[in-house]
Structures are given as structure tokens and as C-alpha cells.
Write a protein that binds this ligand. Structure first.
Ligand code: SAH
Length: 330
């Protein structure tokens, strides 16, 4: 019974201390507070942008730091969460992988990000009967490669989707991967309705090898085949992410080649104009290059969205704030 009460307070009612759990006996609350903390990490940085985007940098007991973001617009409350401290994939344009990977996050550390973000004030301030505003969506697009930590991620998402957990619909959860074929198949076999996004970033192996180093071993064919299986098994259309890097992969010829690769795949493409990372030599595409690229995909019959830029004011893009806190602690 006590465990159920604790679980409800933390997961449903937004308590951040044992003291706040008012239906527990006072003596028990004191005992709990002496022996435990409700969260494993602490917030070492909290930034808020004008568009109600919040970014937290969390530090865990071993000093490992990760970041997570709350994005609020159009009635949505989306948590963007990390699955690893650092990242081992080494995509050349990404801030998260610059120093490699330290370790996987635990189930609790993944859930903690969701709970802490959920507990932040909403833009509309419409708390539910429990007194907290719910998260509507999760994107697993923070630091790390989610499919490299699939067991812990799946367990955390069980808690996120549970009715007596965070109550988020599985169809509102997107897992973004660099493309690990065996793990994509395992995810498909889990029978969950999570949405899969594959970071493609190039229309052929030669270019993808330069942008996504792990492609050298994997190859695009194996990734596309696994994604096709994912679609067959789950009935969920796969999104392909394509970070548009000025002069590198943003030419009309690249768009036409991408059309040819994706033709017949019921794919959806999410174009992400590169967010500049300090110290990296890559550039945003020009507006003209972006427009031309999108039109070429649309003309080829591909459904395209451009990812909106939120929270750029607070380095919300892609592992950038954590790096700043590592360079200048505090
Ligand atoms: N490891 C996962 C999650 C990465 S973050 C993956 O590879 O998909 C989610 C998306 O943001 C990925 O497509 C990633 O390539 C992209 N991304 C990373 N850094 C970026 C940057 N500086 N600008 C734009 N997109 C970036």
C-alpha cells in the first residue's frame, strides 16, 4: 500500500519531496527523507525561453550530466529525453557525441527526466485534477542512441505509458535512432505502438559514411530493410530524419536521390535545418537551399515536414547546453 502511495505521489501527483506526501504518516515521511531522495539526480541548470521551452541539465551521483527539454505549443507538451551520458555514434555535426559515450542511463534516470519536465509549469496553466499538467508526447531525441539502451528505455516507457504512471499514449512516443537494424527489429517485435524515426541524413552510403560514421559497418540497405519490417509488423509509418547541412547534403541532386531511395516505402521525411554547434565547421542551409530541397521531395511524392526551431535562445538544440555546463560548471 505504501509503495502504491509513493508511486502515485511521484508519477501522478507531482510531489518532489517526501514531506509533500501528506497522506503518509509524518514519522514515515521523516524516515524516508533521511534514507532516500525522490530523484537520483539534481538540476544543475534550468533555462526557460520566451516560447515556454524549458531545458534542464541533470547531474547524477557519478557526475554524469545529461539534458532534457520540455517543448510546449499548440496544446502539446512534449518531453525530449536522453538515454545515455554522451553518445557513441559520433555523427560529425552533433554536439552530443563529441566526447563519446560514458554510460547508459538507468530506467529511473530516464523516468526522472519525464517526471521533472512534467512538473514544470505549463504555458496555459491548466492543471489536471491531480494538480499537475500532463505530458502529451515524448520524443527520445536527446543525448545518446536510444536503441543502444533499448532494455532500459522500454522499461521506462512502460512506466510512461501506464495508467498509474504518466499515462502517455504509446502512439505519442517517438524513438529516434541512428539506425541499428537488429534493434529496430526487436522494437518491432515488442508489439508496442511507438513511432520510429530513423536519422538518415544522406541518400547514399558514400555521403552517409562521411556524416554518420557508423554507417560504414551498417550500410543503408540493412537499415531500410529493418525499417520496412518495422512498418509491416507495427503498421506504423517510419519517419526519416534528414539534417540539412549547408553545401554538404542539401543539393537538389541529393533530394532527387532521396526520392528514388524512399519511393514505394510509405515514408515520411522530417527535414531538420542544422543547428549550429560551436566549434564544428558545419553550416545551416540557406533559405533557398531549404526551400528547393523540400520542393524536390514534394515533387517526388514524398510527404515532408520541416522541424520547427524551438528554444534556440537557450541552446535547446542537441546536446549544446550540457557542453557549456561541462566547460564552465554551474
Ligand atoms: N541517436 C539518435 C537521437 C539523436 S537526436 C539518432 O541518431 O536519431 C535526434 C535528431 O537530432 C537526430 O536526427 C540527430 O541527427 C539530430 N541532430 C543532432 N544534432 C543536431 C544539430 N546540431 N542540428 C540539427 N539536428 C541535429
Amino acid at each position: 500500500m505504501r509503495v502504491g502511495q509513493l508511486r502515485r505521489w511521484l508519477l501522478m501527483r507531482g510531489a518532489e519531496s517526501f514531506e509533500a506526501m501528506t497522506d503518509l504518516p509524518k514519522a514515515l515521511r521523516v524516515e524516508l527523507a533521511n534514507a532516500f531522495t525522490p530523484f537520483a539526480g539534481r538540476v544543475v541548470k534550468h533555462q526557460t525561453a520566451d516560447d515556454a521551452t524549458h531545458k534542464l541539465v541533470l547531474e547524477f551521483g557519478d557526475g554524469g550530466r545529461i539534458e532534457c527539454v520540455l517543448i510546449q505549443d499548440a496544446g502539446r507538451r512534449t518531453a525530449c529525453i536522453s538515454t545515455q551520458v554522451g553518445c557513441g555514434m559520433g555523427c560529425v555535426f552533433c554536439a552530443s557525441g563529441i566526447d563519446g559515450v560514458d554510460r547508459n542511463l538507468t530506467v529511473g534516470e530516464i523516468v526522472e527526466q519525464l517526471v521533472r519536465l512534467r512538473n514544470l509549469p505549463g504555458p496555459r496553466n491548466e492543471p489536471s485534477p491531480e494538480g499537475v499538467e500532463r505530458l502529451s508526447h515524448i520524443v527520445v531525441m536527446g543525448m545518446g542512441e536510444p536503441l543502444a539502451n533499448l532494455d532500459n528505455l522500454l522499461e521506462a516507457l512502460e512506466i510512461a505509458t501506464a495508467k498509474d504512471g504518466l499515462g502517455i499514449g504509446a502512439r505519442h512516443i517517438t524513438i529516434s535512432t541512428v539506425g541499428l537494424p537488429a534493434k529496430i527489429r526487436r522494437l518491432a517485435e515488442s508489439g508496442k505502438q511507438y513511432h520510429l524515426a530513423v536519422s538518415l541524413h544522406a541518400p547514399n552510403d558514400a555521403l552517409r559514411n562521411r556524416i554518420v560514421p557508423t554507417n560504414d559497418k551498417t550500410g543503408m540497405d540493412a537499415i531500410l530493410a529493418a525499417a520496412a519490417e518495422f512498418f509491416e509488423k507495427t503498421g506504423r509509418q517510419v519517419t526519416y530524419e534528414y539534417v540539412l547541412l549547408g553545401e554538404l547534403n542539401d543539393r537538389p541532386a541529393h533530394a532527387r536521390e532521396l526520392v528514388a531511395v524512399l519511393r514505394g516505402r510509405r515514408a515520411h521525411v522530417n527535414v531538420i535545418p542544422f543547428n549550429e554547434v560551436e566549434g564544428l565547421p558545419y553550416q545551416r542551409p540557406t533559405d533557398l537551399a531549404l526551400q528547393t530541397f523540400i520542393e524536390a521531395l514534394e515533387n517526388g511524392g514524398i510527404s515532408v515536414k520541416v522541424r520547427k526551431r524551438k528554444g534556440s535562445q537557450i541552446d535547446a538544440a542537441c546536446g549544446q547546453l550540457r557542453r557549456k555546463t561541462l566547460q564552465a560548471p554551474g
